[in-house]
Design a protein. Structure first.
Length: 256
């Protein structure tokens, strides 16, 4: 069952003067199955960030549709779209996007506060999540008092607290050292194994090797995909590295 359908999405931006246009996405078409872990890779300017913003309903496509469980977010009014986003999507950002004047606990609970849930229900949802992520001892600390890896695990908890249909991750390991990045990817892998659908944009070959499928974006289009199948993570990593080399050389379409 497809939880996400991207149907021939195109995005064209007008320049500041409005006299010229820039095509960020030409014709992107794919679907993501429930419980799948998909990584999106591509060089800077390839369109992957624009695509993620559209998938997050933070931007509207010029043409085409994005459906989450069959619902088209772009057809909704701003307020309705915000509610649908909060109820269906979780977000992990490269720079964490935590509020420094909120404790770790309050940062995690923020989506539930916005949804109007009572505090007892919030506590019941937070407890198992922070235990799984190993941050239960940090709840009364503030973001500036913890490490980058702990900040990102807090961001993961906040993203998962509403039990989203899709977890969207934008360069989740980008601000982390190698040890913290590895720990985070191990945790995302375990979260995925529990049934969570994950869509991740990344520059990291290592991070992408944890995914079931890797899509490469070039010039606003999906030009190549790798499916894990029975490959080990090291074999997946080798395959990704080979594809990235082709991408950097501007090679022709690879094996689909």
């Amino acid at each position: 069952m497809s939880v996400l359908e991207v149907n021939h999405v195109k995005k064209v931006y007008k320049t500041r003067m409005g006299t010229e246009s820039v095509t960020a996405l030409k014709d992107v078409h794919f679907s993501v199955e429930k419980g799948e872990f998909v990584a999106i890779m591509g060089e800077s300017g390839s369109g992957k960030t624009t695509l993620l913003n559209i998938l997050a309903s933070l931007d509207i496509p010029t043409a085409g549709k994005v459906l989450v469980n069959g619902k088209d977010f772009s057809s909704l009014k701003d307020g309705e779209r915000a509610i649908m986003r909060r109820n269906n999507l979780g977000f992990i950002f490269q720079d964490f996007n935590l509020l420094d004047n909120f404790t770790i606990e309050d940062n995690i609970k923020l989506p539930l506060v916005l949804a109007g849930e009572d505090y007892k229900t919030m506590d019941e949802k937070v407890a198992p999540l922070v235990k799984t992520l190993g941050i239960e001892a940090l709840l009364h600390k503030y973001p500036y008092e913890v490490s980058g890896g702990q900040k990102q695990r807090t961001a993961v908890a906040r993203a998962l607290i509403t039990k989203p249909q899709i977890l969207l991750a934008d360069e989740p390991t980008g601000a982390l050292d190698s040890k913290a990045a590895t720990n985070l990817m191990h945790q995302l892998r375990d979260i995925h194994k529990s049934g969570q659908t994950i869509l991740m944009v990344t520059h990291s070959n290592v991070a992408a090797s944890y995914a079931d499928r890797v899509m490469f974006i070039r010039d606003g289009e999906v030009f190549h995909q790798i499916y894990r199948g029975q490959m080990s993570r090291s074999e997946m990593l080798d395959k990704i590295c080979d594809s990235v080399t082709v991408l950097m050389r501007g090679g022709e379409d690879g094996e689909q």
